[in-house]
Design a binder for this molecule. Structure first.
Ligand SMILES: Nc1ncnc2c1ncn2[C@@H]1O[C@H](COP(=O)(O)OP(=O)(O)O)[C@@H](O)[C@H]1O
Ligand SMILES: [Mg+2]
Length: 298
């Protein structure tokens, strides 16, 4: 199965949210990484056929998805970034409602709703109102509804935003378990979501396609660009001015900064093994705005 995007462009008035994106997606988890406003949700809405591109085409195994229409929609599951849940519905009622919208028969729905409630660990909460659920519980119901029709293409938009670490891990494991034989598209600006999950990472920036590759290859390309430097409080500002600085670790005898540099930034700098946070920092220098630098006491 192949989903081929050619020059996919989306304009909102003068604003170009997606600028000529061409990429081919295959089975496995593809993480879409991009800062806020880079066009992740727009891309996903288009792939979910909630909106049409201004230009360009999307083919599923050679057939235009908008011409396939309902035949394409039966193949997709979509968990939007902002879900308008029916707060007064119970999980069970909501899932039955979604199953009927997806065209499942009553018998299919009974079986599938049961299976999904168990799978996401919500069977004990099935009669409680969704409005009372925690963020993690809502997202579990969200992924359950997306999977009711056993979709070949699963699109999940920032599903772990706002979840606590435990809920996030639980949700990630659910996603990982669904990934076989499907195209899974997962957008995030939380890099740790992709560490274990993504077969490929697509980086988009301001609506442009930057690159797509395996995490291993992306990190390998950064070898020699990531350094840790033991320094002092006084010199920290210099480093922050001249380099993209990631984590700053405070130690009793000074501080250690992690930074990106094409060449060794100072005599005492030590080469570090690149991780996905470094990759994010490399492409999106607004890391310091979106995620405050953590000051670990050691
Ligand atoms: N319906 C819309 N009308 C006007 N502008 C929009 C609309 N949807 C998104 N945009 C703009 O398109 C850009 C990409 O948005 P979005 O796809 O939501 O990014 P992301 O999901 O990566 O945060 C942003 O600048 C956003 O303001
Ligand atoms: Mg978004």
């Amino acid at each position: 199965m192949e989903l081929t995007l050619s020059r996919v462009t989306k304009k909102f008035g003068k604003k170009t949210a997606l600028d000529s994106i061409s990429v081919t997606l295959r089975e496995g988890v593809c993480g879409i990484l991009g800062a806020n406003g880079s066009g992740k949700s727009t891309l996903m809405r288009i792939l979910a056929t909630v909106m049409r591109p201004t230009d360009g085409s999307i083919l599923l195994d050679g057939k235009d998805i908008f011409q396939l229409d309902a035949d394409y929609r039966t193949l997709i599951g979509y968990l939007p970034q902002q879900v308008g849940y029916y707060r007064n519905f119970s999980a069970e009622r909501f899932l039955h409602y979604m199953a009927s919208l997806k065209g499942l028969t009553k018998a299919q729905a009974n079986k599938k709703v049961e299976e999904m409630l168990q799978w996401v660990g919500m069977e004990q909460h099935r009669h409680e109102k969704i409005g009372k659920y925690s963020g993690g519980m809502k997202q579990r119901i969200g992924i359950a509804q997306a999977l009711l029709n056993d979709p070949k293409i699963l699109i999940v938009d920032e599903p772990t935003a706002g979840l606590d670490p435990k809920e996030r891990i639980r949700f990630r494991n659910l996603l990982a378990a669904t990934a076989t034989n499907r195209i899974v598209l997962l957008s995030t600006h939380i890099v740790s979501d992709l560490e274990y999950l993504a077969n490929n990472i697509m980086i988009i920036k301001d609506g442009h396609f930057v690159q797509m590759d395996t995490p291993t290859a992306l990190l390998k390309a950064m070898n020699g660009n990531v350094w840790t430097v033991a320094t002092t409080n006084e010199l920290l500002a210099d480093y922050q001015q001249n380099y993209k600085v990631g984590n700053i670790i405070r130690r009793e005898n000074g501080i250690v900064v992690r930074l990106l540099a094409d060449e060794k930034p100072s005599r005492q700098a030590v080469k570090a093994v690149p991780n996905l946070e470094d990759l994010y920092l490399y492409h999106f220098d607004d890391l310091n705005e979106t995620r405050p630098i953590s000051l670990h006491q050691n």
